[in-house]
Design a protein around this ligand. Structure first.
Ligand SMILES: NC(=O)c1ccc[n+]([C@@H]2O[C@H](COP(=O)([O-])OP(=O)(O)OC[C@H]3O[C@@H](n4cnc5c(N)ncnc54)[C@H](OP(=O)(O)O)[C@@H]3O)[C@@H](O)[C@H]2O)c1
Length: 321
């Protein structure tokens, strides 16, 4: 882990950074850079609801092509599936030898964007949501980030990536910057999203809730047991690790957990995980994401509607109002 003692902010001094998009990451990164003394332009589509907030924060707001024109570094912080079209629109305006930045490696790793040969291509990927990236910065703290270089046309790509990570606050005490690659970041991120935290964990919470309710347990109690306790687990794991979490719970809970976890996450689950990881070697997921966006997100809309209409959501509303 590199910290501020290892990171030189100088490569960004006097440079102009264009941030395309002002959503989760764009807002946080633009504001952190601005507060770190970097000149920031925000690129937004005409009519964007977010232009007023960016301007009120003292940032220059321009259409994406104009924000990118002549900037030293252009970070693409709109949804991944829209980045190829955004890149195509701004490419003619990018200065020779400028740098192109990403917060996730998908478009580069799977070849959805093939940047011009004269450009540096870097990644600084904070390992958490934009709201937390911003909050930590304003508290004088930072968020762990991965840094990577896909194309080093000028020879300055790495110093620039590390200076950018420092300006985001990622080199501060308690955080740090991990050197990585576009491939490792993309594959591990997509694997986790599908097979671990964001894909498997909600699915197992739902399955546990439904199993209890089918057996006649009050849905409110099933929700408290199978869903609400996730926060207790997450806080303990964050503070003390999995080993410390086990020591912090009752002997009854720890003994029950020792007899249950391996039965659920059995050899078949591990085999499915390996299959899901192997699928990420090809670009099928990236193509499917592009097709999903082109069809106006039918899968995401259906999944959101299903979750909203579920018995689990009804129990949550009953408990929390
Ligand atoms: N979400 C996270 O916390 C997180 C964490 C780590 C990495 N990342 C990565 O960060 C990048 C940005 O993700 P995000 O979640 O921050 O995105 P997001 O919040 O969904 O981005 C929204 C912003 O993108 C703009 N935008 C959308 N489509 C556009 C288009 N076609 N042309 C121009 N601007 C467009 C929106 O413009 P309007 O204002 O006009 O709507 C808005 O300002 C992605 O590469 C993602 O993988 C995200």
């Amino acid at each position: 882990m590199l910290t501020d003692a290892d990171l030189d902010p100088a490569p960004l001094h006097g440079k102009t950074v264009a941030i395309i998009g002002f959503g989760n990451q764009g807002r946080a990164q633009a504001l952190n850079l601005h507060d770190s003394g970097i000149t920031v332009r925000v690129g937004l589509r005409p009519g964007s609801d977010r232009a007023a907030e960016a301007a009120a924060a003292g940032l220059t707001v321009l259409p994406p092509e104009e924000a990118a024109a002549g900037a030293n570094l252009v970070f693409l912080l709109a949804p991944d599936e829209h980045l190829p079209a955004i890149y195509a629109a701004i490419e003619p305006r990018l200065a020779q030898g400028a740098a192109l930045g990403f917060a996730h490696g998908l478009c580069i790793h799977y070849g959805l964007i093939v940047p011009r040969a004269d450009l540096d291509v870097i990644m600084v990927a904070p390992k958490g949501p934009g709201a937390a990236l911003r909050r930590l910065y304003t508290e004088g703290k930072g968020m762990v980030a991965l840094a990577a270089v896909a194309q080093d046309a000028t020879g300055n790509a790495w110093p620039l990536a590390l200076a950018y990570a420092a300006a985001l606050g990622s080199g501060r005490a308690g955080a740090g910057v991990l050197r990585s690659t576009f491939e490792q970041e993309t594959v591990s991120d997509l694997f986790n999203e599908g097979a671990v935290v964001w894909g498997a964990v909600p699915a197992i919470l739902e399955a546990g809730f439904e199993t209890l309710v089918e057996a006649g347990i009050d849905p409110a109690l099933a929700y408290l047991e199978c869903v609400s306790e996730l926060k207790l687990l997450a806080d303990l794991v964050e503070a003390r690790g999995i080993a410390g979490m086990r020591e912090a719970i009752s002997n009854t809970a720890e003994f029950r957990a020792s007899r249950g976890g391996g039965r659920i996450v059995d050899d078949a689950v591990r085999a499915t995980m390996r299959t899901m990881l192997a699928e990420l070697r090809g670009n099928g997921f990236a193509q499917a994401l592009s097709a999903e966006a082109a069809a106006d997100y039918p899968t995401l809309r259906a999944e959101r509607a299903r979750a909203r209409a579920s018995a689990l959501e009804a129990a949550r509303v009953r408990l929390k109002g």
